[in-house]
Write a protein that binds this ligand. Structure first.
Ligand code: NDP
Length: 485
């Protein structure tokens, strides 16, 4: 059985004390590889490697850093099929999705920030005859990047790329649940000629390696994506250490669907299909997925019927099958959590109008963690199913009568990551956008990404922003130099 290795100081190495944990394939429910359960000793080796590499990497001309990162992006692109297959096996997502979204975006992330390395600039403030100020944007030093399991290499590279592009050295920890593509990525770093120690990848659980990484005094900043509870725990540890941190956390995202988004049959079909996509892509395991669908009452009956028909037609199957549209949930524990919310929905008075059942496939996927895409009707905003992040193929639908009413529902949870508004009325779309308490609002679209834009949430969905210049600013310290003439 394959043993995944850590990547420290440019080499693939076993964990120092030889401890491994099992890695399960969600589609089969079977262990298919083993992961280092790294600890503080492995971390110290990575910190030592970073210290050796730090100065040279920071002092490299930005163009040289950019060239190396471009080589890494090329290596990812060349390995895209291997990565897509690995992601489908490790995560349970359909291979077509892994190919179109995960492999593609991982290369795009690196390429985008390779360009940013040469375009990033800082400000000068002229004081006329008195003097001038200019601001240096200097790398922080050793930074920690911690990523979740839902878009494994995609979110891993989204953090690492700006950290490296701005001259930092990195210690990164992928989720223990989906470590495989980060392991392949280590090999690609070697192939691309990334200098030793510039990036180090440590595998293992949050407790054994995530926590020590966050608390290591030589690690000066933490970029974290994951659940809000973990984010809070991390912040409580590092805030007193006065480290810089960025937290991209959970969501409970609403979609606000107005009747005027469906003025023609064509618009109706398109909106139904996009809403199905926003709720159930990657089995609902994208932080940006909508899980609360609010539909204007006049449109509600017709929209509901079409939506149910659309999701009942999704092909559930082996993630490695090209035809599959709905794969497995990532783990048994996560399956149990998601399923418990379906049971809770019934206790809270909801009616399941689509799905709701475990799916038993035959052949190699007999023991996999498959769950039907599920829609629940009849729940109020204050119930737990509408308040807590489920992070699976489960959403609720509810009719509304006025803009004010739907705005109250949309803003009525502790989360504020992403909302979408579906309407042909531009003024309404703007009014809604300005009043929605979310970091991201999509109008008549979902997951339409431009990597230059600020990315992140408000309220319990996070602190700070990623993306474009925001990320380059996060990974640098501003130093103002004032010259008096
Ligand atoms: P977790 O918070 O459980 O874990 C995220 C990462 O943190 C994992 O690598 C985990 O390791 C690690 N970790 C766990 N405990 C600690 C700790 N005490 N110190 C340091 N690191 C730790 O999230 P999930 O992996 O379950 O991911 C799902 C969550 O991520 C959802 O809430 C989702 O909304 C959110 N998310 C947010 C996004 C955003 O951009 N806002 C994007 C994508 C997901 P391990 O798993 O190995 O224990």
């Amino acid at each position: 059985m394959e043993k995944i290795q850590n990547y420290i100081n440019g080499e693939l190495v076993a964990p120092i004390d030889g401890q491994y944990i099992d890695n399960y394939e969600p589609a089969t429910g079977k262990v298919y590889s083993r992961i280092p359960e790294s600890n503080h000793q492995d971390l110290q080796q990575a910190v030592n490697a970073c210290k050796q590499a730090q100065k040279e990497w920071a002092n490299l001309a930005s163009e040289q850093r950019s060239i190396l990162l471009m080589k890494l992006a090329d290596a990812i692109e060349n390995a895209s099929e291997e990565l897509a297959k690995a992601e489908a096996i490790d995560n349970g997502k359909p291979i077509a999705l892994a190919r179109a979204v995960d492999s593609y975006r991982s290369a795009a992330n690196i390429r985008f920030f390779a360009n940013a390395a040469t375009q990033f600039s800082s400000e000068a403030h002229d004081m006329g005859a008195v003097g001038v100020n200019y601001t240096l944007r200097q790398p922080i030093g050793i930074v920690g990047c911690i990523s979740p399991w839902n878009l494994p290499l995609y979110l891993f590279t989204w953090k690492i790329a700006p950290a490296l592009a701005s001259g930092n050295v990195v210690i990164a920890k992928p989720s223990e649940i989906t470590p495989m593509t980060a392991y392949i990525f280590s090999r690609l770093c070697i192939e691309a000629g990334i200098p030793k120690g510039v990036i180090n990848i440590l595998h293992g659980s949050g407790q054994s390696i995530g926590s020590p990484l966050v608390e290591h005094p030589d690690v000066k900043a933490i970029s974290f994506t994951g659940g809000s509870a973990t984010g809070r725990a991390i912040a409580s540890k590092i805030a007193p250490m006065l480290k810089k941190y960025s937290l991209e956390l959970g969501g409970k995202n609403p979609a606000l669907i107005f009747e005027d988004s469906c003025n023609t049959e064509q618009d109706f079909d398109k909106t139904v299909s996009e809403v199905a996509r926003l709720a159930f892509s990657n089995q609902g395991q994208i932080c940006l997925c909508g899980s609360r669908l609010y539909i204007e009452r006049k449109l509600y009956p017709r929209f509901k019927v079409a939506l149910v028909k659309s999701i009942n037609a999704l092909k559930i199957g082996d993630p490695l099958n090209e035809e599959t549209q709905h794969g497995a949930l990532v783990s048994q524990a996560h399956f149990n959590k998601v399923y418990s919310y379906i049971e809770l929905a019934e206790q809270e008075g909801g009616t399941i109008i689509a799905g709701g059942n475990k799916v038993k496939l035959s052949g190699r996927c007999e023991q996999g963690y498959f769950l039907q895409p599920t829609i629940i009707e009849g729940l109020t905003i204050d119930c737990r199913v509408n308040q807590e992040e489920i992070f699976g193929p489960v959403c609720t639908i509810q009719p509304f009568d006025s803009d004010e009413e739907v705005l109250g529902y949309a803003n009525g949870t502790e989360y504020g990551l992403a909302a979408s508004v579906w309407s042909s009325n531009v003024s309404r779309c703007h009014q809604m956008s300005s009043q929605l308490e979310f970091g991201i609002v999509w109008i008549n679209s979902w997951l339409l990404r431009d990597l230059r834009t600020p990315f992140g949430g408000v309220k319990s969905s996070g602190v700070g922003r990623e993306g474009g210049l925001e990320a380059m600013r996060f990974f640098t310290e501003a130093k103002n130099v004032c010259i008096k003439y």
